[in-house]
Ligand binder design. Structure first.
Ligand code: TPP
Ligand code: SF4
Length: 342
């Protein structure tokens, strides 16, 4: 081991002002059931004072993901952040909410910058310092897609995390290639028989990541923070290219209530529209089973971006098409089968 290898203290003592509530990580439940957020020794990668909207799923997902990565590495990570809401609300110059080395990259090159960080650490003889790249779905599935595919194909030692809020939120809710069919955005048809995003477009980057045959790919959701932490910790225990795609509701862009973020994330999983699965070296190895199946209407109705589906006969037909997408996911990832061991 290199004599400059260090294990920094990834944790800090925290003061909790709202004891016994879910806001501090549910410390009233039994130890094994708690998330790291419940510990006063948590790493607190993304601290208070940032400027995310109330109920922002991306802020929650990022805090849990980067905390877990810090825990897994003894605090030895460098985070690289594509432009997007996460970067903007955490680092209004000259302030920052990050309590870990953190680099802003361009909108489209976070994967390449993180590859450079990993290479630099190797050359400096500090291989224990691990690179984590993160970005929104626009930065990942659209503009950063070439750099991401290159990172996968070279099997660079980077964990890339995509926070998928299903549009370009930071610049005013424009459509991305992760925007679901029928969702209204600022750049999808507002009028006509079929307002909202066109059916049959877009792409699944988790599937594309699996097709690269990289060591680890997973999807995760802020509705299941234990599973999210477990996947990040597992990913940090592996070398080579890794990809985690986290579903993060956005109250502003989805037209949902801020207190509904977790409920919507859960409904997205339970209706089958967001399959939660893991894959290793090109093969799907397991999926999170749906416990209480619900129709897609339950997930779509509380979101104003889908309101037009509930006001006409045409809308009903398009709801059936959305349900068909969920049903295909349920069959493809065996989401209704018996629970598998993690
Ligand atoms: C090359 C380039 N084009 C456009 C922009 C403007 N821009 C900054 S953030 C952003 C949207 C980010 O969307 P996404 O990656 O989905 O992240 P979110 O804000 O939704 O978390 C855009 C278009 C930019 N910074 N650089
Ligand atoms: S616009 Fe959406 S992603 Fe951006 S800070 Fe607000 S809730 Fe979070």
């Amino acid at each position: 081991m290199n004599d400059r290898t260090t294990t920094r203290d990834a944790t800090q003592k925290l003061h909790f002002y709202q004891k016994g509530t879910f806001t501090v990580g549910n410390r009233l439940i039994s130890g094994p059931q708690r998330a790291v957020q419940a510990s006063i020794d948590r790493s607190n990668a993304l601290t208070c004072g940032h400027r995310a909207c109330q109920g922002c799923g991306e802020a929650l997902g990022a805090r849990y993901a980067i905390d877990a990565a810090m825990r897994a590495t003894g605090g030895n990570i460098v985070a690289v952040n594509a432009t997007g809401c996460l970067e903007v609300f955490t680092t209004p110059y000259p302030e920052t909410s990050w309590q870990t080395p953190w680099l802003h990259s361009l909108f489209g090159n976070a994967a390449a910058v993180a590859t450079g960080v990993a290479a630099a650490m190797r050359v400096k003889g500090r291989p224990e310092v691990r690179a984590v790249a993160q970005g929104g779905d626009g930065g990942t599935t659209d503009i950063g897609f070439g750099c991401l595919s290159g990172m996968f194909e070279r099997n660079d030692d980077v964990l890339y995390i995509c926070y998928d809020n299903e549009a370009y939120m930071n610049t005013g809710v424009q459509r991305s290639s992760a925007t679901p069919p029928a969702a209204r955005t600022a750049t999808t048809p507002a009028m006509g028989k079929e307002p909202g995003n066109v059916f049959g477009t877009g792409k699944s980057v988790p599937k594309i990541a699996v097709a690269h045959g990289i060591p680890y790919v997973a999807t995760a959701t802020v509705a299941d923070l234990h599973d999210l932490e477990r996947k990040v910790i597992k990913a940090m225990g592996i070398h080579g290219a890794r990809y985690i795609h986290i579903h993060v509701p956005c109250p502003l862009g989805w037209g949902s209530a801020s207190q509904d973020t977790i409920r919507l994330a859960r409904l997205a999983v339970e209706c089958g529209l967001f399959p939660v699965f893991e894959a290793e070296h090109g093969a799907v190895t397991g999926s999170r089973k749906i416990r209480r199946p619900v129709p897609v209407e339950d997930y779509l109705k509380p979101q104003r971006r889908f309101a037009h589906l509930f006001t006409s006969e045409e809308g009903k037909k398009r709801l059936a098409l959305v349900q068909a997408i969920a049903d295909r996911n349920i069959a493809e990832y065996s989401l209704l089968g018996p629970e598998e061991d993690a």
